[in-house]
Design a binder for this molecule. Sequence first.
Ligand SMILES: Nc1ncnc2c1ncn2[C@@H]1O[C@H](COP(=O)(O)OP(=O)(O)OP(=O)(O)O)[C@@H](O)[C@H]1O
Ligand SMILES: [Mg+2]
Length: 494
Amino acid sequence: MRFKQDFFEQLTGFYSQVYPQPISNPHWLGWSDDAAALIGLSKPNDELLMQLSANHAADGASYYAQVYSGHQFGGYTPRLGDGRSIILGEAIGPHYAWDVALKGGGPTPYSRMGDGRAVMRSAVREFLISEALAALHVPTSRALAVIGSDLPVWREGQETAAITVRLAKSHIRFGHFEYFSYTEKGNNAKLKQLADFTISQHFPHLSTDKAGYIQWFNEVVAATAKMIAHWQSIGFAHGVMNTDNMSILGDSFDFGPFAFLDTFKEDFICNHSDHEGRYAFGQQPGVGFWNLQRLAQALTPLIASDDLVQALNQYQRYLVDHYLLLMEQKLGLAEVKFAQEPSLTDEAIAEQQKQDLQLVGEFTTLLETNQLDYTNSLRRFGELDVSSQKSSLRDDMVDVAKFDHWFARYQQRVGKVDDVANWQRDRNAVNPKYILRNYLAQEAIIAIEEQGDNSKLVQLHQLLRHPFNQHPTMEDFAKRPPEWGQGLIMSCSS
Ligand SMILES: Nc1ncnc2c1ncn2[C@@H]1O[C@H](COP(=O)(O)OP(=O)(O)OP(=O)(O)O)[C@@H](O)[C@H]1O
Ligand SMILES: [Mg+2]
């Protein structure tokens, strides 16, 4: 790894230098060639294992924990910070420099009562979902590796510690801005320094003046909306959308009790501690907005309120537009809009969007009332001949009459498909066959826990690298969960 240290060198006062503590008997549980390529690495080796398990120092690394705060479940916590994630610096890759962080690397000045560690099960889940989301084209932080150990840690009982080696284009969160806005009230120097750094590093096309700040906030609003549109389109529930877990780049970030929907359920809650359903699947778009409002509030010393409000007002449009785009592709509705018929006025396009949104909404309602699997139902579009009344989708429905009513309008909207095979291929290219269902992750974790066997993890990771492909020997991985794996809800303890 070749590091640069821009955050460390330019933002003194925004972190504490702290060395990670080694984990004993380190061993690779998972390694991502795809993530490795992002920072110019190829295969793992023993020396790298020693470095990333904190047993050896890495050349050129600085080792620091960043300070931030954040709104957690609606309430403001004035100081959080990296309590168990230690950043080595920005590893220079062919296209971008990625922060390398050891999540679970030991205590820091921000650990509060925590031990600075991550348990194996949560480290494995973070590794798998980071790489699975990337393969689904969802903006996300990445995971280079997950490293197991025999270091005991205590949660509800004794477990073993592990480290996820996280790669992120930036670790700057909404909570960073909240921290420097509220702790140094009346002195905007640090807030401005942080905004300028963020813009020059990650929004280099923007200036660091008044106009640049406005445009920057606009882009953060758009990127956040797009990320959430992606989540809604693939049925992903994040589970802990606190503002300290919202990346300023709109990358999915900090994976704890996340889950994909099995059966479609708007009010699905994946976080055991989320008693009120604040972060339920269907709440995510609204929470994204609420979080952006918190960011806007923190930025008021830099950006005029009217400009912030104007940008926030665009959120819904960004979100709906992107969600529709993704869903239109999934259902095969995209052609009319993309053809850009010159005769289409703005009003006609808006009307088409409204109708499409309704068609999509009625489809997800059908899935919910018929208790159907979200991913598998969408995958069925890849088997569909739109001109025919027969479809496997229809066979799944209990309420066939309602489905027929919907399908007739759907057929009308799609129109005539000339090349059915091609149309089906296009659907399969956007509707994944394989997702990281909780029970699959759980099986991989149990094999490591009980037999020290990571082969299931490796197999699952390899499968999820190509979620849209057919894998004839791995059909079982596409199935709905068995009874024991239904409604697995993860706790926050990690
Ligand atoms: N075991 C732990 N030891 C010390 N601090 C912890 C521990 N677990 C969580 N924290 C801290 O509690 C706060 C909230 O935790 P949260 O679960 O959102 O983040 P995280 O998963 O630890 O890390 P990240 O947001 O970097 O992915 C963070 O400041 C985090 O560093
Ligand atoms: Mg966090």
